[in-house]
Every structure is written in structure tokens, then in C-alpha cells.
Design a protein around this ligand. Structure first.
Ligand code: PA5
Length: 454
């Protein structure tokens, strides 16, 4: 379950910097219009994350692929992907280590799952030096099948496997678009094991696809429970009126109104759990890559409490009035400690307190201090960290971002700005083709400008 508290976004609490309750409520019409546009995209088959959640075939494919690949003695799953093709699986892996139980594949059979995102050669060498290549499955996750960092690592791994194992193909799996891209063609032509990512689910919405769920299944996540959480959340919110006890839409309205009417250009997801650090990295990418277009969008800047209270909080408390803080905390953290400070007079107040109570009181203290300084914040509380709640949380975030995209009148499902940098990188590495003509001219002009003398 996910609960919300919007008190400190209201004028009654933070005076002129807050919103009137009526202002939020009267935003219902805009949200209804945004939802209609999303329904149409869903109906037309252009946006697929709403329906992939209930793709039983995908779950079966993941399981039988796992049985097949791991029927021999395998110790490591080495996952290579970038951005949306890895952040979801990294987030869930970290969250799972904060869960009380895991009942997934082979129930903790000890398969080590490593993620290789960046192409820092030292990181890659260290990883490869520390695994038994014979006993490793290399899993390439790429929706497009063409991402430069992933393909470059593929050539390195392929060469290494060819030198080490009898048939290099047996240690490979690709998770990629069903029809297009280099790795799809390569898989089809060379008989490599492959799982599909639906055409209408882009990288950052792919947490509900095999791209995330295959590695997640291997490290022991109960993927059906995760999908069940996402599906139940979807049905709950979509079967009701938008403001009918449906706080995800209040949240979207609040973020939108603070951005457009109150100059709150920065959104700080402030998570109070070490097991949600990677969640905030996943969320940052989902939010930034989906919404940062046409000169608009708040900038997401994640923080972790209580750690970052000793790092960024001073700025949030007294720096520019440009931030909206979104606290995220966990009601039942599972394991806990009780502090025994008896005999230490100045710490009397800590005696008998659980660490989770201290953490929560710290959050509430920050919330109150922000409110007194007329700074808006809202709080999201999840019951606990388990697969079901992570499914709910992931779906809630994707829906909020999709709705915000409609409200901001941009396409939250593409990423045109990322392409430009890739094109220059191709040019610098000597690739020549017609699609790079414009960048070739631009590069020439920039190369002619001398550096500033210093
Ligand atoms: O969200 C996105 O679309 C991107 O972050 C992609 O996931 C990322 O660029 C990797 O792309 P691909 O999955 O095609 O390798």
C-alpha cells in the first residue's frame, strides 16, 4: 500500500508559497484530459507498459529460459545494459536485499548477478578478472539492439568467450526488440538465446518487461508478485475517477502546479531507506528523460535521508526557493534495533527508541522545519519493501510521469535530445553515413573555433 500526505504543500501550512486546496481540486479537468490522451495511446497500441504487466507469456518465457540456461553449472549472470535497460533491475536488486524474504528462482541459489552499465575499462577488467567465464551467462539488454556501450561490450565478451569456451553462444542471452536492431539480427542469424521486449515499451518504462524481470528472476525476486502489485495498482487507479481517492493524480497536479505557478524547478525525491537509493536513480532517469523537453520540466535531484541531511539539507532549507521535496519512507522497515542509552542523561530521550523511529522523527523534523521556512514538501509512505509494493511503486511513478508528460504537452515516451550526442560520438569515431551530414557541418564549425588562451 502507498499513502500520501500533502499537508505541507498547502497555503494553510506554508502561507504564500503553498497552493490552495481548491486550486488543486479544480485541476481535475486537466488530469481527466491527460488521462484521456494516455488511454488513446494505450488503445492505439503506441504505449505498452499498461498491458505488458499482464503478459503471462512473458513470465513463462523468462522462467523456461532461466531453466534452460542455468541447467548447467553457472555461477554468474553478467548483465550488460544502459539507462532504462539496466536501472530497473539494479533498483529491484538493491530493494530485494532489504526485503525479509525472497522466493524467486532457485530460492537464493547463490548466482551472482553483476551489472555492467558504463564502459569504464578498469571496472570491466576488474569484473571479468573476477569471474569464471565458463560459468557465466552474459545477458545483453538493449531495446534498440544498437546502443554503442552495449554493442562495444558485446564484441569484447564474444572474443573472450570464443577463446575460453567450446561454443560461445551457450553463454549468451540477448533481451531486445522483437524485430529490429543489430543484436536481434545477430541472434536470429547465429542461434543466440533471446527474449523479447515489446515494441511499444521504451527503456525507462521497461521495468515490467523481460529486460528487468529476467535478471530479477535470477537474483531471486518473485516476479509474479511484483507484476501483481503493478497490475493491482493500475486497476485501482484507472477504474476510479481521477480525484476519487486517487492520490497519484493529486501528486501529478501538485508537481505540475508548483512548477508552473510557483517556480519550483527542482524536484527532490528524498528517500529514507538505504534500500531505495537505486530506486531514486531509476526514478531520476524516468522523470528526466521523459519530461525534459521543449525547454520545460522540473529537474529531479535525488537525496537519501538521513545521510543527505548532512549534505544538501542546508541548501534545501535556506537556499533558493526553487525546490519541491518529495519524501519517501517505509512504515515497516523489518529488522530493527532498540537504543539503550540508560545512564547517559543528555541522551535520555533516545532510550528505548527503535532506529526506525529515530529515522522517521528525523524526516518529520525536516518536514516541519521546511514548512516553517515556507518550503513545500509532500510525503509518500510505503508499507514495506517487498515485491508487491515495489510493483505498486514502480507503476505509480510511471503513471505519474506519463500524466505529467501530457500536462506539460510533451511526448514522455521519446528522447530526441540524447540522439545528438550519440551522433557526434559516431562522427568522432569515424562513422560515415548520410544521417550524420548535419552534425558533420556543425562539428566542422566548432572545430574551427580556437580554445580560449589561459
Ligand atoms: O529510457 C530510454 O529509452 C533510454 O534510457 C534507454 O534505455 C537507453 O538509452 C538504452 O537504450 P537501449 O535499451 O536501446 O540500449
Amino acid at each position: 500500500m502507498i499513502e500520501f500526505n500533502f499537508k505541507y504543500t498547502l497555503k494553510s501550512a506554508i502561507e504564500e508559497n503553498g497552493l490552495e486546496e481548491s486550486e488543486i481540486k479544480s485541476f481535475e479537468r486537466e488530469i481527466v484530459t491527460a488521462r484521456r490522451s494516455l488511454n488513446k495511446l494505450r488503445r492505439d497500441g503506441e504505449v505498452g507498459f499498461y498491458d505488458e504487466i499482464s503478459n503471462i507469456g512473458m513470465v513463462n518465457d523468462i522462467k523456461s529460459m532461466a531453466e534452460k540456461l542455468f541447467s548447467k553449472d553457472i555461477k554468474t549472470l553478467y548483465v550488460l545494459g544502459m539507462g532504462g535497460s539496466s536501472l530497473g533491475a539494479i533498483f529491484l536488486k538493491e530493494a530485494m536485499s532489504g526485503m525479509q524474504e525472497g522466493i524467486g528462482f532457485k530460492n537464493g541459489s547463490g548466482i551472482n548477478v553483476i551489472f555492467s552499465e558504463n564502459i569504464d575499462p578498469v571496472f570491466i577488467k576488474n569484473n571479468l578478472d573476477n569471474i569464471d567465464i565458463n560459468k557465466t551467462i552474459f545477458c545483453f539488454v538493449t531495446k534498440s539492439g544498437d546502443t554503442i556501450e552495449v554493442v562495444a561490450q558485446f564484441f569484447i565478451v564474444k572474443e573472450l568467450l570464443e577463446k575460453t569456451v567450446k561454443d560461445y553462444r551457450e553463454n549468451l542471452i540477448f533481451i531486445t526488440d522483437k524485430q529490429s536492431g543489430f543484436l536481434r539480427r545477430y541472434a536470429d542469424e547465429n542461434g543466440i538465446a533471446v527474449l523479447d521486449i515489446a515494441k511499444n515499451v521504451g527503456g525507462r518504462y521497461s521495468i515490467i518487461t523481460a529486460g528487468t524481470l529476467f535478471p530479477a528472476y535470477i537474483y531471486g525476486l518473485d516476479i509474479e508478485k511484483f507484476l501483481h502489485g503493478a497490475l493491482t495498482y493500475r486497476d485501482n487507479i484507472l477504474n476510479k475517477g481521477v480525484f476519487e481517492n486517487n492520490p497519484v493524480y493529486v501528486m501529478a497536479a501538485v508537481i505540475f502546479l508548483f512548477y508552473t505557478k510557483k517556480n519550483r524547478n527542482i524536484l527532490v525525491p528524498f528517500v529514507y531507506s538505504d534500500y531505495l537509493r537505486e530506486f531514486s536513480r531509476w526514478f531520476r532517469q524516468l522523470f528526466a528523460e521523459s519530461l525534459g523537453k521543449d525547454l520545460i520540466s522540473p529537474t529531479p535531484v535525488p537525496a537519501v535521508g538521513a545521510t543527505d541531511q548532512h549534505s544538501q539539507l542546508q541548501l534545501y532549507m535556506q537556499g533558493p526557493q526553487d525546490k519541491l521535496i518529495a519524501f519517501l519512507c517505509v512504515k515497516d522497515m523489518g529488522s530493527d534495533f532498540s537504543v539503550n542509552s540508560r545512564g547517559f542523561k543528555e541522551f535520555d530521550y533516545l532510550d528505548g527508541k527503535r532506529l526506525s523511529d529515530i529515522l522517521m522523527n528525523e524526516l518529520k523534523g525536516v518536514e516541519l522545519a521546511l514548512a516553517i521556512n515556507k518550503r513545500p514538501s509532500f510525503r509518500i509512505t510505503i508499507d514495506k519493501i517487498d515485491e508487491y509494493v515495489m510493483g505498486e511503486l514502480s507503476f505509480m511513478c510511471m503513471e505519474a510521469v506519463a500524466v505529467l508528460g501530457m500536462l506539460l504537452k510533451i511526448n514522455p515516451f521519446d528522447q530526441p535530445g540524447v540522439e545528438k550526442g550519440k551522433k557526434f560520438a559516431y562522427l568522432l569515431m569515424g562513422r560515415k553515413d548520410e544521417s550524420l551530414l548535419k552534425e558533420s557541418e556543425e562539428l566542422k564549425r566548432l572545430n574551427e573555433i580556437p580554445d580560449m588562451p589561459y
